[in-house]
Design a protein around this ligand. Structure first.
Ligand code: PRP
Length: 185
């Protein structure tokens, strides 16, 4: 196992290397290409976290894609406040379209449930989800992703789009934050 190291004062343990991330992304792209052969996809990227993942994934997707961005927020520090807010709406109509939501992580599931409900209300034709990480430990809403990069139990993750108070998104790998003896990060 790689040695823990510190970034911006926080102790981190490597969880997924850049190479592992790219291997899983290549597999996901293959699955998506096979599932949507002959169709056009409307990809909805959930800002900000999914930005890095979507950029790498979509470059390997060979079916035609239109991309839209939505911004949803529910976190302060490491805690979800439980209320999801739509802070940037979509540009495109989703009615009748083959919609694929791209997320970096499904954690409590509250963000995804909120977005899926919204897209259903707006009449999405087909609706599926691709997430880089499916983390189940804190799941509150019953929701499953159709395309999953990594299944992960728990921990607070940073890097490759995932942040702690807007920091460390730019790290090329994904790290687990190590807790101190009080259980605090
Ligand atoms: C993160 C992440 C997901 C969501 C998952 O977004 O990008 O969208 O939390 O958590 P949940 O399953 O518990 O709802 P966040 O609200 O932190 O905004 P960000 O993408 O801008 O970091």
């Amino acid at each position: 196992m790689d040695q823990p190291h510190r970034n911006q004062g926080y102790p981190l343990q490597l969880l997924y290397s850049p190479e592992r991330i790219q291997t899983e992304i290549a597999r996901l792209a293959k699955e998506i290409n096979a599932s949507y052969e002959g169709r056009e996809l409307l990809v909805i990227v959930v800002l900000k976290g999914a930005l890095f993942f979507a950029a790498d994934l979509l470059r390997l997707v060979t079916v035609p894609v239109r991309m839209d961005l939505v911004k949803l927020s529910s976190y302060a520090g490491t805690e979800s406040c439980g209320t999801v807010r739509l802070t940037k709406d979509l540009e495109f109509e989703v009615a009748g379209k083959d919609v694929l939501v791209v997320e970096d992580i499904v954690d409590t599931g509250l963000t995804l449930v909120y977005l899926l409900d919204l897209l259903k209300q707006r009449g999405a034709g087909t609706l599926r989800v691709c997430t880089l990480i499916d983390k189940t430990e804190r799941r509150q809403a019953e929701v499953t992703a159709d395309f999953v990069g990594f299944h992960c139990q728990g921990g607070f993750l940073v890097g490759y789009g995932l942040d702690l108070d807007e920091r460390m998104r730019e790290l090329p790998a994904i790290y687990q934050m190590i807790q101190d003896h009080d259980g605090e990060i």
